[in-house]
Each structure stands twice: as structure tokens, then as C-alpha cells.
Design a protein around this ligand. Structure first.
Ligand code: FES
Length: 111
């Protein structure tokens, strides 16, 4: 199980949830009400699943593919910590992961 801690774009703590190995980060984030549209449902054609994973947590993940990096070029506010949540599957060796929403992410459910 991986303990995932979601953070809002401004750094405010969000939900903390335990997820099984094999869980796709986008699915977990959406189930927790995070503001990720995931419009293309993982086809790497939209970048609306953009999240920020920094430092030691970033090193726990496999490096992004060239296709993922190309799509991140279209994401608003993308930087070195940017990843596509649809491309990240949790694995048993990841005990904890902090996942921050990108700048400009708006939780439409709270409007
Ligand atoms: Fe479209 Fe991830 S859901 S790129």
C-alpha cells in the first residue's frame, strides 16, 4: 500500500489515502475529489491530469517517457516536478507519495 497525501496548489493539505499497488494515480486523485479532469483518460492527449511531485518523492517514480514529457510541454505552469497522473501507477515499493495540484488548478466541485 502507498500512503498518498494530496496537496492543493497553494500547499494546503488535502486528503490522505492508502492505495493498493497498481492503482493509477489519476483514478485515485479523482476518487478523492482532486481537480484533475483527465479528459483523454490516459491517452496522453490532454495534460489535464498534470500534477507536481517533488524531490525525494519524484525519485520514487520511473522517469517520464518522452511522450509524457512532450505532453507536459502543453501543461499550464509545468516545471521540473511536473508529471501526468494518468501515467503513474503506484507500486509496492512506494510507501509514501506527496502529490500537489498545479498552479491554476481549480476544484470545480467547490464553486
Ligand atoms: Fe490526458 Fe493524462 S488524462 S494526458
Amino acid at each position: 500500500m502507498t500512503r498518498v497525501r494530496f496537496l492543493a496548489a497553494d500547499g494546503k493539505p488535502g486528503p490522505v489515502v492508502e492505495a493498493a499497488a497498481g492503482t493509477r494515480l489519476l483514478d485515485l486523485a479523482q476518487a478523492q475529489g482532486q481537480p484533475l479532469e483527465g479528459t483523454c483518460e490516459g491517452a496522453m492527449a490532454c495534460s489535464t491530469c498534470h500534477v507536481l511531485i517533488t524531490g525525494a518523492d519524484a525519485a520514487k517514480l520511473p522517469a517520464p517517457s518522452e511522450e509524457e514529457e512532450d505532453m507536459l510541454d502543453f501543461a499550464v505552469g509545468a516545471g521540473r516536478a511536473s508529471r501526468l497522473a494518468c501515467q503513474i501507477r503506484l507500486t509496492a515499493d512506494i510507501a509514501e507519495l506527496d502529490v500537489r495540484m498545479p498552479p491554476g488548478a481549480v476544484d470545480m466541485s467547490r464553486r
